[in-house]
Write a protein that binds this ligand. Structure first.
Ligand code: ADP
Length: 411
């Protein structure tokens, strides 16, 4: 089965093609046959494209366009033509999966895309203005290019959609709750993948484990997973809530926002920019929101970069503590995404805060580029895993699940 996966960001587009030949879904993610990455963030109007294949072909190109449709047409051509060709014709693709950021309260699972689903994704754009429209453009582009191929929407909010009301509802006047102002949570595809992968690595039933997944990338969030489902998460109504992030503040006293509006005449646009782009590691350090640059600045003696790291770790421990309370215990702590996978000191400093629980790291394993392994010591009361998150593979799994339960044929 050939599965094409699209993952659209506000100024990026990633795509990959998997080929699954076995009857059962493989436990471990293979390398995709073909992988493409498009970045519009450096120069407006210029798409920087990189394509690589499992056989080692590599193509780098810049095309002058802002149009996602044009770029997707270009990418699809490289699947069956030129140096990065991996299939003979596009009709070999069986199904296409899309990451869709917001599924609202309605979509609690991935779903085959119909006109109703497209309308719902469009209607939810007010809750994810930077992402849902981009996701929809990808869906429309594929329908234009591949006709009536089955397409699946895999929602980042779905994994969190069973969070109990007590954890999901903000204590504001109830009329706003009825309008849909509540905790939705994000990074759900990554949290779900990591939970499943943790159970595989430990060779235990996921339903028997209480897990906390720390997704620490540019955006950061925790999920508390019990009975295989998210029961609490740190991101909320928007991806601004919770942990301190690269450029985002995470949770702050809402009174600060009122103060800035009243005393400093901040507009909604300025507040949006301040909290989403100028805060977090960047805001405190004055250096960057990129963790590598924070580490470099600390090694050169920059006090504000050190303060940024101290707040980052403090808040991470603080929210892990909250998630332990939600779970009423902890069996597995997982670190994933750019920072979680690559920075041993973040794992060490965080885990030190929970030694009172009997959580102990194996320092040697922690320092030696662990991927998909248990880095806790034999005597630790909590298993600590580093997992390389694979959102695209989780989306491919959702496509495979849709195909096998509902084998709609292509035209
Ligand atoms: P996104 O949320 O955009 O998917 P990533 O998961 O790629 O982000 O994580 C990006 C973050 O991870 C950046 O802050 C980057 O500096 C950090 N990072 C990635 N690799 C390393 C590394 N080897 N050492 C330190 N930080 C790293």
């Amino acid at each position: 089965m050939k599965i094409l996966v699209l993952n659209a960001g506000s100024s990026s587009q990633k795509c990959c093609l998997y080929d699954i030949s076995s009857d059962t879904f493989p436990q471990e993610a293979p390398k995709p046959l073909w992988f493409a990455k498009v970045d519009w963030s450096h120069h407006q109007g210029t798409a920087e494209i990189e394509i690589s294949t499992a056989k080692g072909a590599y193509l780098q190109e810049e095309i002058s366009t802002d149009s996602r449709l044009e770029v997707i047409v270009y990418l699809l051509n490289t699947l069956h033509q030129g140096s990065t060709q991996v299939i003979n014709q596009l009709s070999e693709i069986d199904i296409v999966g899309h990451r869709v950021v917001h599924g609202g309260r309605e979509y609690r699972d991935s779903v085959l895309i119909t006109e109703d689903v497209k309308n719902a994704i469009a209607n939810l754009s007010n809750l994810a203005p930077e992402h849902n429209p981009a996701n929809l453009e990808g869906i429309i582009a594929i329908a234009q290019q591949l006709g009536n191929i089955p397409q699946v929407a895999v929602f980042d909010t779905a994994f969190h959609s069973y969070i109990p009301h007590a954890a999901a509802i903000y204590p504001i006047p109830y009329e706003f709750v009825e309008q849909g102002i509540r905790r939705y949570g994000f990074h759900g595809i990554s949290h779900q993948y990591c939970g499943n992968r943790a159970a595989q690595i430990l060779n235990q039933d996921l339903a028997s484990l209480r897990l906390i997944n720390c997704h620490l990338g540019n955006g950061c969030s925790l999920a508390a997973i019990k009975n295989g489902r998210s029961i609490d998460t740190t991101m909320g109504f928007t991806p601004l809530d919770g942990l301190m992030m690269g450029n985002r503040s995470g949770a702050v006293d809402p009174g600060i926002i009122i103060y800035l509006m009243e005393k400093e005449n901040y507009t909604p646009e300025q507040l949006n920019h301040l909290l989403n782009k100028e805060s977090g590691l960047k805001g405190i350090s004055g250096v960057s929101g990129d963790f590598r640059q924070i580490c470099d600045a600390i090694s050169q003696g920059c006090d504000r970069a050190q303060l940024a790291l101290d707040i980052y770790i403090y808040r991470l421990k603080y929210y892990i503590g909250a998630m332990i309370a939600s779970l009423e215990g902890l069996d597995v702590l997982i670190f994933t995404a750019g920072v979680g996978e690559n920075v041993p000191d973040v794992r060490k400093l965080t885990c030190e805060g929970f030694s009172f629980l009997g959580l102990q790291l194996d320092n040697h394993k922690n320092e030696n580029k662990p991927i998909d392994i248990d880095i806790s010591s034999v005597n630790s009361t909590v298993r600590v895993l580093v997992i390389h998150t694979q959102e695209d593979w989780q989306i491919a799994y959702e496509c495979w699940r849709q195909m096998t339960k509902n084998p709609r044929t292509k035209n």
